[in-house]
Design a protein around this ligand. Structure first.
Ligand code: FAD
Length: 424
């Protein structure tokens, strides 16, 4: 890792780079690692200090987790960070059960339907982040932590970023990986299409009476979906990460409950599928908003991950889409470099947009339809969803297609996500 730069003697320090990535979340860090070792001067900037945290195996689970698809796992394997995640804590799941809480429809997906060993892994976001940062500290990527980008302007063919610590960054290409409320997207004036889901998500880890059986569970209720995602606790202890999406009023009420009352409410809503909820860690409440940038690129700028799109967590796909963005963008930039093209040109960047935008839009549209169908009250729609779930459950081909989609095996995959063998 190169030395972290701070302003000297009060003078604004100017740092130059070929590519400045703003945001070292899971997506920005993955892009930086995918670009490392190719002779490009890549600078990764984040408001946090970018120091990897030593992992304590006895620590409580983090409230923020992601269901990583097989495609995401392959990206991490190819970048050499999956083993570091496995050495910390990853939780494989083999099955998924989805049902309508106000009807009779239910569907069961299994890795066995596509002869795979797992459907995916539930991984704490901090574990992913930490493994990526460890690897970046060994790479030729320059890391600039503990300072936020506040301004961005054009300067000749470059973009000039002004940082909170007074330093400036000059680069012909800036990548916005700075999350759902992307400052870079706003500073560039990129238009978005967005709306409130009128849902808040409560996330935490809970201990249940019975084992989750390596299954991801999702119950659709009138006021939103409730997911139980399997975690590996101490032997004999059954832990799950929950994402409970509900109306803002109900979320406020649930957040105000003490732990025993919250556990009782949660167990009841989950129809006690895993017996009683015995314990719950601290809860986080996150307002949910869908957002999609109308363009992912302009000359000298590309948006990736949540900066380009945010999607309802019921899909469990947000970061999986972002990691594919990162892998495709890295592939296109490195190919353009080999051809001697200017990386900041729209001609180069639009190859990334063309490969990713239709895929992201299709998934977002499907999830929106799904979410609306499950929120719908009229009887014909309730009938449709119950019959639909029952029908899908009886159609092996439809189930296999869904599982392949969840594994991230379909579509235009970047090289980093492609391997002949299904992952173990
Ligand atoms: C409740 C919930 C459950 C979810 N579950 C899943 C799941 O199961 N599977 C899945 O695939 N996805 C899931 N997601 C989505 C997933 O969490 C996001 O898609 C993912 O975290 C986005 O990563 P990112 O790197 O794009 O952005 P972020 O994680 O938001 O990272 C942005 C980074 O940019 C930095 N930053 C921001 N502004 C600046 C600035 N001005 N200057 C410098 N740095 C800046 C921040 O410090 C941060 O490090 C879930 C989301 C929610 C809300």
């Amino acid at each position: 890792m190169s030395a972290v730069n701070y302003g000297k003697g009060g003078q604004p320090m100017e740092i130059t780079a070929d590519i400045a990535i703003v945001g070292a979340g899971m997506v920005g860090s993955t892009l930086a690692l995918a670009l490392a070792g190719n002779g490009l001067k890549v600078l990764l900037i984040d408001g946090s200090d970018l120091a990897p945290r030593p992992f304590n195996p006895g620590s409580a689970f983090e409230p923020r987790v992601s269901a990583l698809s097989a495609a995401s796992q392959r990206i991490f394997q190819r970048l050499g960070v999956w083993e570091a995640m496995r050495a910390q804590r990853v939780n494989p799941y083999t099955d998924m059960r989805v049902w309508d809480g106000s009807g009779t429809g239910a569907v069961h997906f299994s890795a066995a339907h596509v002869h795979a060993q797992v459907l995916g892994h539930i991984v704490e976001n901090g574990v992913v982040q930490d493994a990526l940062l460890q690897a970046l500290h060994q790479a030729d990527t320059r890391l600039l932590g503990g300072t936020r980008v506040e301004q961005m302007r054009h300067s000749g063919d470059d973009r000039l970023l002004s940082l909170a610590d007074g330093s400036q960054v000059r680069a012909p290409l800036v990548i916005a990986a700075d999350g759902a409320n992307s400052a870079i997207r706003q500073l560039a004036g990129c238009a978005t299409r967005e709306w409130d889901y009128l849902h808040h998500a409560i996330v935490t880890s809970v201990r249940t009476e019975h084992s989750h059986r390596a299954t991801a569970w999702q119950r659709f209720g009138d006021d939103g979906p409730l997911a139980f995602l399997p975690l590996q606790g101490e032997p004999g202890q059954h832990w799950s990460s929950i994402v409970w999406s509900t109306t803002p009023e109900e979320a406020r009420r649930l957040m105000a409950l003490d732990t025993p009352d919250f556990c009782a409410a949660l167990g009841g809503r989950f129809e006690h599928r895993l017996g009683q909820v015995l314990a719950a860690d601290a809860r986080l409440c996150i307002p949910l908003r869908q957002r999609h940038a109308r363009r992912y690129i302009e000359p000298g700028l590309a948006l990736i991950g949540d900066a380009a799109h945010t999607i309802h967590p019921l899909a469990g796909q947000g970061v999986n889409l972002g990691l594919l963005d990162a892998a495709v963008l890295a592939e296109e930039l490195l190919r353009a470099r080999r051809r001697g093209e200017r990386l900041a040109e729209v001609r180069v960047l639009s190859r990334y947009e063309r490969r990713r935008m239709p895929h992201n839009l299709a998934l977002m549209a499907a999830m929106e339809g799904f979410e609306r169908l499950f929120q719908a009250d009229p009887l014909p729609l309730r009938w449709l969803r119950n019959t639909g779930l029952a029908l899908v459950n009886e159609l092996p081909d439809a189930k296999a297609a869904f599982v392949r989609q969840a594994l991230g095996l379909g579509g235009d995959l970047p090289e980093l996500a492609r391997v002949a063998e299904a992952p173990a």
